[in-house]
Write a protein that binds this ligand. Structure first.
Ligand code: NAP
Length: 300
């Protein structure tokens, strides 16, 4: 559901290459996929196609809850784009509903399926971490052209990409972190931040921080630099490459969305759900603790 940028860029191709799933129908107010039955909304699809067992929601986070609930109430398994909802409480609600109905709910974090994330987690395990710094800097005009929802309440602003970095952080860091401080920079005419700086408290003593910025033109940066007592690692390209002391040790092609659908198939086969809200907890805490700064108005 929601035939927009990410559905076209990633979900439709991933489904076309999947041995586990077939794209049977779409629900989208304005768009369709050629050769596939299309409905204007999910309620009509669910009514017309009781044979469809799974729904993948690719709409923005604010309108997603009602449809996720609708799909679960109609007895369908559900996969959610990231972030899994507009609030933590609504995702808890969906998780409870899925459990009560014996259905699978999969809250996806596509960046966790980047090629070198598993290698980074394994490399870090058992090391003494001194410092970890995230730099996630991209051009919002390039990646979200005209998508005003990202600057509306619930659209997360720069945390829309930043939460991808936090999904990797929470997957590779060997223990839970707490947010300690945040600086949030809002365009004068917008509801969500265009830049953010985060500092975390690590019970293990490492200095952990992140800088997110949506104003970066030219080369884009999605890097996590980790200093341990012995060496320095760089997880770059959004998790696609890992180098240690300047030597590449893991890399691979972009298989994030095929990885998500393979994981969804595993969850369906096992009859389980996967809902890890830890990246979203850090974002919610940043909005709770964040110090507000105002910068130039933003227009596309
Ligand atoms: P998008 O293109 O703006 O929206 C997807 C589609 O959802 C729209 O084309 C629209 O289709 C439908 N939609 C929009 N607003 C709606 C509303 N209020 N109610 C019902 N349907 C609505 O957004 P996107 O970039 O694909 O992002 C969707 C989700 O994927 C977000 O959570 C985002 O974080 C995540 N994501 C995006 C990217 C990316 O590169 N853009 C990457 C990874 C993940 P109709 O008008 O046809 O209904």
């Amino acid at each position: 559901m929601g035939i927009g940028k990410i559905a076209r860029d990633q979900h439709v191709p991933a489904l076309a290459g999947s041995a586990d799933f077939t794209l049977a129908a779409t629900a989208s107010r304005n768009a369709r996929v050629e050769g596939v039955e299309g409905f204007a909304d999910l309620a009509t699809l669910l009514e017309a196609r009781p044979d469809i067992p799974c729904v993948s929601l690719c709409t923005p986070p604010v309108p997603r809850f009602d449809d996720a609930r609708r799909a679960l109430l109609a007895g369908r398994h559900v996969m959610l784009e990231k972030p899994p909802g507009a609030t933590l409480a609504e995702v808890h609600d969906l998780e409870a509903l899925a459990a009560a109905r014996g259905l699978t709910l999969f809250a996806t974090w596509h960046s966790r399926h980047a090629a070198a994330v598993g290698a980074a987690r394994d490399w870090l395990a058992g090391r003494t971490i001194r410092r970890l710094s995230i730099a996630w800097k991209e051009d919002v005009r390039r990646w979200h052209p005209g998508q005003d929802w990202v600057f509306e309440p619930g659209g997360l602003g720069v945390f829309d990409p930043g939460i991808n970095a936090l999904s990797v952080l929470t997957a590779i860091f060997p223990r839970p972190l707490h947010l300690a401080a945040a600086e949030l920079t809002f365009p004068a005419n917008r509801q969500t931040p265009i830049a953010a700086t985060l500092a975390f408290r690590d019970p293990g003593g490492a200095e952990v921080g992140a800088v997110f910025d949506w104003r970066q033109e030219g080369p884009q940066t999605w890097d996590i630099r980790i200093e341990t007592d012995g060496s320095t690692a760089l997880l770059s390209d959004g998790g696609a490459r890992l180098s240690v002391d300047g030597t590449e040790v893991a890399a691979g092609p972009d298989r994030e969305y095929p990885g998500l659908y393979a994981r969804f198939a595993e969850l369906l086969a096992a009859g389980g759900s996967e809902v890890d809200l830890s990246p979203m907890v850090h974002v919610a805490d940043a909005f709770t603790l964040g110090r507000r700064h105002v910068t130039d108005a933003f227009d596309w």
